[in-house]
Design a protein around this ligand. Structure first.
Ligand SMILES: [Cu+2]
Length: 170
């Protein structure tokens, strides 16, 4: 029994440190959040040369953090539901951020950071990521399947918690 538990814990730890994952597990609704995407390895041993983060529709005001040795490209898109920011109506926002450069060898890891505003509603947000390597591409875009079924390339996930909850936590 104990042994089984230890193996399960080891597997969970391995999963948390590999893949492309979000360092932050949760964020407060309706607030600006730092999102750090951690690239744990290359594509089947091949070095990473680009990372593209797709922002969920409800995430706005995205600003990528510059990174030495990597060029940034953003793609703007129309919002289906306009949002208000600093008293102004916003109808378009950054939908996609790409860092290209490196290449980041499979033996190293690195982090790519964006600041963005989270939606007012609590819930899970999935950030689809495309990892381009010298050889091959991995789409980290799988959403959780049925309970107990592990997906191969899960999309990084952030749990948005209600703002009131955070205020009452102290
Ligand atoms: Cu992995």
């Amino acid at each position: 029994m104990k042994k089984t538990l230890m193996i399960a814990a080891a597997l969970l730890a391995a999963q948390a440190h590999a893949h492309v994952t979000l360092e932050q597990t949760s964020g407060v609704a309706d607030s600006y959040q730092k999102l750090t995407f951690r690239v744990g390895h290359g594509c089947d041993g091949s070095a990473t040369k680009a990372i593209t983060v797709m922002l969920p529709e409800s995430v706005t005001g995205a600003k990528p953090m510059p990174k030495a040795g990597w060029k940034i490209r953003t793609v703007e898109g129309k919002l289906s539901v306009p949002v208000e920011s600093h008293g102004r109506k916003i109808t378009a926002a950054v939908r996609e951020v790409t860092w290209s450069g490196g290449p980041l060898p499979d033996e190293y890891f690195d982090e790519f950071t964006v600041q963005a505003k989270l939606p007012a509603e609590a819930g899970k947000l999935y950030f689809k990521v495309v990892q381009e390597c010298v050889k091959g591409t991995v789409a980290w875009d799988e959403l959780p399947g049925e309970a107990g079924v592990k997906v191969k390339a899960p999309a990084p996930v952030l749990n948005v918690v209600p703002a009131e909850g955070a205020v009452h936590q102290h």
